[in-house]
Every structure is written in structure tokens, then in C-alpha cells.
Unconditional design. Structure first.
Length: 532
């Protein structure tokens, strides 16, 4: 016991000089300081994802839509995202895992050709839309817009066989406003934002309003608050609701508008721009006042009795107008004084550019791409900016492919197999192998076609890329490209012409890099200085 007590005593701290230690009020992390005047009153609660978001989502969505309607830069930002992430084309490239299925690569190519052709007959027509107006590309753009502006894209897969159509699988895209928790069920466990989860966080059912809740702001209608409970899956696993949202925090039931982090900047910048425009209009106007230095005696001698009244009546009838090159006559004893607001905000452009750069960072795109302004960018910096943007765009493409397009493909393929239009033995046991695919969207284009085409050739020559990858980057299918090339060559030979792909082109030696031009300019300056 004595030894143990001695050991404990030896572990006791030395309290000598304790007054030299920091006070208990100090924080180990500056970021947690409550005494720092700069951040001492900054104490947001570390609440759950849904507590942080759900109650404020309606406000953010309304503001996001208002910016999209009335702020040109915000509306352009959404279109820029849509153009670069999805674009104007959407193609399925089926890639069944033939090794897992015990097949050959030739079988895989033949199976993919048939599947892609069948899929095009559905995706490139309005048969895929429950409303009968859009093809799959249009529906994908709607889902992306919903996720960008509202935070969620929402669609219901429906089974609607119609006369004179080949397919019954259809998609009904709707605004996520209709996804909501019914009144009186707010306290139900694991139900938030209209999504019911199981104990592991897997969605098991959705509560969707039969009408858009915003319609009640325009007129009274029946069924304003009627809900329909829709299970997430059928008994055999077919999805019944597609909910596209960016699940940034674990356990989040809903997403938020992409513009949320810079929404205040967009709104205030818009107000500031309007104010500056109004000021500029006011400054463009020339106003004048008439000033009189007549004393009372002089007015009486000119106008007689009631001189002041007569003088004011005279001025009331005197209505000169300022116009180009005019010489104005003024009443006796008056002179004209021009007014000029004189406000010249020379810092406006630099201030707004700094603000727009901050907004661009919040939207994950370069400033030049947000403002569509490449006037002060050379090839190298422009290329770097676009490469950084495309890292983000490729990630968003993967996101929308995994959580929207792949789900749609699975819904369609199940019907195609059951109809016998696509052969897939043991499909339900080998879903992954049959569903493996790639989505080809619009190409990213070229900043300098000659340089980048040569770079693509070099990548393929040294074996770090393939024709499939290079074609996909430009929104092309490599097999269709080769087939088209063969057709063109055969047709050229049939006409007695050389192959169109054997024509040799002279290298473009006229192009100079920015560094070449800079070096030439520097050399010229040195020569001129030496001659002087």
C-alpha cells in the first residue's frame, strides 16, 4: 500500500509556478475561442443535417429561384453548369462485364450494339416521358436543374402502356416541393423532409403531395394538402422513386441549392449593380436652375405693384429646354446654373470583379467561365482554368450518371429483358454485370485544336489513352467514328478519289505560343534600345 501511495504521489504535478500557466478561459484552438472579440459571438449549433436544413429549405429554394429569374449572372451560372456537365447530347455505351458472365468480348460487343439500339428507341423519343414532351436528355436537364436550383431532383418511374408505343416504362419529373412531411407526422421517427428511412438510413417510403404546394398562392384548389405514400421499391426491388440530391452529410434527407453559400453575395451584387446603373443614368442628365439676384426695389421698378407675384407668374410661363447647341434667353435679373451629380465610381469595376471571383469559387467554376470573359486570359492560364473546371464537371457527370442515369437504365433494361428484346439469362442474379455501362455526354471542346489534337495523338501513341477515351471526351462513340470513317473511305475509293483520311496536311507552323510572342517582343525592344 505504501509503495502504491508513493507511486501515486510521484505522479502528482508540480504546482510550483502555476501562476505562469494560461488561464482556464484560454482555448487550445483559436477557432474555439470565446474570448476573441472577432469570433466570440459566433456560436452556431452543431445540429444534425436535417435540423440544420429542413426548416430553412423553403426560404433558400424561394430565394434561389428568384435569383434564377431575375439575376443574369446567377441564371447564366446554372446554364454554364448544365452546358458543361450534360450538354446537348446523351448516349449510352453499354459495357457488360463479359468476364463475370463467362462470355467473350465479341459477345459483349454484339450484346451492347443491340442493347444500345433498343435503348435509343426509348431514350431519344418522348416515350420515356410520362408527359410525352421530352426525351431522356430533356428529362436529365430538368433533373439537374432541380438539383441545382432546389437542391433535389425528383422523378417517379411509372408503368404506362400506351397504343402505338414500344415501351411502357415512363418517367414523371416533378419539383421537389411536393416531397414533404404531412402535417401531424413531424415527430415520427426517421421521417424528415418527406422521406422515411429505416434504422440504417435506407429510404423505405416517400410522402409526395398530389398538387404543388405553391399553387395555393395563386388560387384555391381542392386537395391542397393531400399526400400519397409511395414505397421506395417494389417487392421485387424495382425502384419507384428517384431522388437526386447531393448527400454531403451522412443522414441528410434532402439537398440544398448549389448557390446557397454565395446567395447573399448574388443578391447584394445585383442591388449594387442596379444602384450604379441608376446613378449613371442620373449623371447622364443635365439639369439647370435659374438664380435671381434682383432685390425688392428693382423688382418693383420692373413689375410694379405685387412685383413678386407677377415675377413668379412670369417664371411659371418660362419653360426653356436644354437641347444640343441651343442658346437660351433668361428672364431679367437671372442667370442659369447647371447641376452635375459628379459621382464617378472608378473603383466599381475592380470591386465587382473581386466580388464575382468570390461567387465563382462558391459555384466551383473559374471566374472567366462564370462571366464568359476570356479577354484578359492567354492560352496557358485559360487552359489551366478550364482544366480545373473540368475536374469539377467530370465529378458532377459521375454523380448524375451514378444516381440518375444508371437507375433509369436499370428500369428500362428490366422491361427490355422481360419483352425479349434484350437477352440476359439470369439477369436478377447478375444485375451488375449486365448493367455496367458508360454515359457519353457533350464533348468539352478545344481551346487550341491543333495543339490538343496532337496531344491526343501522342497520348494514344505512347499507350496512356485509347481512341475510346479520346472520342468520349469529345462526345463521340469510338465505334461509330470508325464505322463512319470506313464508309467515307470506301465511298471516296468508289468515286476514284483518294481516301479522305490519307490526305497529308502540312503542319501549322504559323502558330506561336504566348511565350514565343513574349520572347520576340523582348528581343525587339532590346534591339531598338541598342540602336538608339
Amino acid at each position: 500500500m505504501m509503495d502504491s501511495q508513493l507511486a501515486l504521489d510521484n505522479q502528482s504535478p508540480d504546482l510550483a509556478g502555476i501562476e505562469q500557466l494560461p488561464t482556464l478561459a484560454a482555448s487550445a484552438h483559436d477557432a474555439a475561442s470565446l474570448s476573441d472579440r472577432a469570433i466570440g459571438d459566433w456560436n452556431p449549433l452543431p445540429a444534425s443535417p436535417d435540423i440544420d436544413l429542413i426548416e430553412e429549405l423553403v426560404t433558400m429554394v424561394g430565394r434561389s429561384r428568384d435569383l434564377d429569374r431575375n439575376n443574369g449572372i446567377a441564371s447564366g451560372a446554372e446554364q454554364t453548369h448544365k452546358d458543361n456537365i450534360i450538354g446537348s447530347s446523351l448516349r449510352l455505351s453499354a459495357k457488360p462485364d463479359y468476364k463475370l458472365l463467362g462470355k467473350t468480348i465479341d459477345w459483349a460487343q454484339e450484346w451492347a450494339d443491340n442493347t444500345e439500339a433498343q435503348f435509343r428507341s426509348w431514350a431519344e423519343t418522348t416515350e420515356c416521358d410520362a408527359g410525352g414532351e421530352l426525351n431522356l436528355l430533356g428529362l436529365t436537364q430538368q433533373m439537374f436543374s432541380g438539383a441545382f436550383t432546389n437542391g433535389d431532383g425528383l422523378a417517379l418511374p411509372l408503368w404506362k402502356p400506351l397504343p402505338a408505343t414500344r415501351w411502357a416504362t415512363r418517367l414523371q419529373v416533378m419539383e421537389s416541393d411536393r416531397l414533404d412531411t404531412p402535417s401531424g407526422m413531424e415527430q415520427k421517427k426517421n421521417l424528415s423532409g418527406g422521406v422515411q428511412h429505416d434504422q440504417h438510413g435506407r429510404p423505405i417510403e416517400y410522402w409526395i403531395m398530389k398538387n404543388h404546394p405553391g399553387e395555393k398562392y395563386g388560387f384555391v384548389y381542392a386537395g391542397a394538402d393531400e399526400y400519397q405514400r409511395i414505397p421506395a421499391f417494389t417487392d421485387w426491388g424495382r425502384r419507384r422513386v428517384i431522388h437526386l440530391h447531393d448527400k454531403k452529410r451522412a443522414g441528410a434527407s434532402r439537398g440544398k441549392p448549389l448557390i446557397s453559400s454565395v446567395m447573399r453575395e448574388f443578391k447584394m451584387a445585383g442591388k449594387y449593380t442596379v444602384t450604379e446603373l441608376q446613378t449613371a443614368i442620373a449623371n447622364s442628365l443635365i439639369a439647370a436652375v435659374l438664380e435671381s439676384d434682383l432685390d425688392q426695389e428693382t423688382m418693383n421698378s420692373i413689375f410694379g405693384e405685387n412685383a413678386e407675384k407677377k415675377y413668379n407668374e412670369f417664371l411659371g410661363g418660362y419653360k426653356p429646354r436644354l437641347s444640343g447647341g441651343a442658346v437660351l434667353k433668361t428672364p431679367p435679373g437671372t442667370k442659369m446654373h447647371l447641376l452635375n451629380a459628379g459621382r464617378n465610381n472608378s473603383a466599381y469595376d475592380s470591386f465587382m470583379q473581386s466580388l464575382h471571383r468570390n461567387m465563382a469559387v462558391g459555384l466551383n467554376i473559374p471566374y472567366e467561365l462564370l462571366m464568359k470573359d476570356f479577354s484578359n486570359v492567354n492560352y496557358s492560364s485559360g487552359r489551366m482554368a478550364l482544366l480545373e473546371a473540368w475536374r469539377y464537371f467530370w465529378g458532377r457527370r459521375r454523380w448524375i450518371s451514378d444516381y440518375w442515369l444508371n437507375v433509369v437504365y436499370e428500369l428500362w433494361l428490366e422491361e427490355a429483358i422481360n419483352l425479349g428484346r434484350v437477352e440476359a439469362p439470369d439477369y436478377y442474379d447478375n444485375k451488375y454485370a449486365y448493367l455496367r455501362c458508360r454515359w457519353i455526354m457533350s464533348g468539352r471542346g478545344w481551346v487550341d485544336p491543333v495543339k490538343e489534337a496532337n496531344a491526343a495523338k501522342i497520348r494514344m501513341d505512347i499507350g496512356v489513352s485509347t481512341l475510346e477515351n479520346e472520342c468520349a471526351e469529345q462526345g463521340l462513340d469510338w465505334r461509330e467514328t470508325l464505322e463512319q470513317r470506313k464508309f467515307e473511305n470506301d465511298y471516296a475509293q468508289e468515286l476514284g478519289l483518294p481516301s479522305v483520311h490519307e490526305v497529308e496536311y502540312a503542319p501549322d507552323v504559323s502558330r506561336e505560343t504566348d511565350q514565343d510572342k513574349s520572347d520576340d517582343e523582348e528581343k525587339t525592344k532590346k534591339e531598338e534600345s541598342a540602336n538608339a
